[in-house]
Design a protein around this ligand. Structure first.
Ligand code: C2E
Ligand code: MG
Ligand code: MG
Ligand code: MG
Length: 282
């Protein structure tokens, strides 16, 4: 009796689990408030072609909490997904990103850049997503062809036919898609060719030791060969060392992104750093 009491009581009341649940609930509430208070800030990380020319950027969101903490997406995107807040948060990020694209059109150095925005599967499948994207493009004046939506391999998990249909609608508006973090998820290779993609992003986990670990080389080469046979561009993320960069260029990557070339920075800083003149701020 004593034994069953001691061991099973945790099924009914676990102070640790309760504390965690309370923490999540508080964070969710803070996120709701943070959205209204515009505490979410868009950062931008530059992307370069193999000759070192700036060709685009990826938007990465940060949360500047009222308590002074700055949270990275890994600390709140999961909760945003499970609570559904990813839909309004993602909408906000898309709006701000398209405002940036529209501003860039007036700048000689920025006007041809593509801007990549991470979109969660839940957001992609949310009601009227295509119409919302079309509205944002119309309202901001951003060119659809410069907007690239990054999806992860979780799009392969279920409802493939519906997802492809929605992506086709968006492609109809001129938006592009890339597959993020390739190789870390559950890509079914047979599905890969059904999705209207223009690029594959090799996850930084594979880039990480490619210059020092011979075992990492065949995987990266295989991903690149696969992408090429599907006529997809290849973007490498997490490039931190010259040797990685050289290897990736020699292996046929088209676009490079990583701390070696540029860290994520607030959009205003990105504009100052890379614009030819003054970018008008809305
Ligand atoms: P991701 O899309 O794969 O973004 C790349 C991550 O790698 C970013 O982390 C970036 O800061 C980091 N990174 C870039 N270069 C290097 C490098 O050279 N070395 C290392 N070690 N890391 C590098 P971050 O900003 O923490 O974002 C993490 C993830 O959060 C992103 O991964 C993306 O999946 C998600 N995320 C970010 N912003 C959004 C958003 O607006 N919406 C959604 N749904 N997800 C987002
Ligand atoms: Mg990404
Ligand atoms: Mg990525
Ligand atoms: Mg990644």
């Amino acid at each position: 009796q004593a034994k069953s009491h001691g061991r099973n009581s945790s099924r009914f009341f676990d102070p640790c689990m309760q504390a965690a649940a309370e923490h999540q609930a508080m964070l969710e509430l803070a996120m709701r408030e943070g959205l209204l208070a515009r505490q979410f800030v868009l950062f931008c990380q530059p992307q370069f072609d193999t000759r070192g020319r700036l060709v685009g950027a990826e938007v990465l969101v940060r949360w500047y909490r009222s308590n002074g903490e700055i949270l990275s997406p890994d600390e709140f995107i999961g909760l945003a997904e499970s609570s559904g807040l990813i839909v309004p948060l993602g909408q906000y990020v898309l709006e701000e990103a398209c405002h940036a694209l529209a501003r860039w059109q007036d700048d000689h150095s920025l006007r041809e850049l593509e801007l990549a925005v991470n979109v969660s599967v839940r957001q992609l499948r949310s009601a009227n997503f295509t119409e919302k994207v079309a509205d944002i493009l119309l309202e901001t004046g951003a060119r659809a062809s410069k907007l690239c939506l990054e999806l992860t391999e979780s799009v392969f998990a279920e409802n493939v036919a519906e997802t492809v249909e929605r992506m086709d609608e968006l492609c109809g508006h001129g938006v592009q898609f890339s597959l993020d973090d390739f190789g870390t998820g559950y890509s079914s290779l047979s599905y890969l060719k059904r999705f209207p993609l223009t690029a594959l992003k090799i996850d930084r986990a594979f880039v990480h030791d490619v210059h020092v670990n011979p075992d990492a080389v065949p995987i990266v080469k295989a991903i690149i060969a696969l992408a090429r046979s599907l006529k997809l561009e290849i973007v490498a993320e997490g490039v931190e060392h010259e040797a990685q960069r050289n290897f990736l260029i020699d292996s046929g990557c088209n676009t490079l992104q990583g701390y070696l070339l540029g860290k994520p920075m607030p959009i205003s800083e990105f504009e100052q750093m890379y614009s030819s003149g003054c970018v008008g701020h809305a």
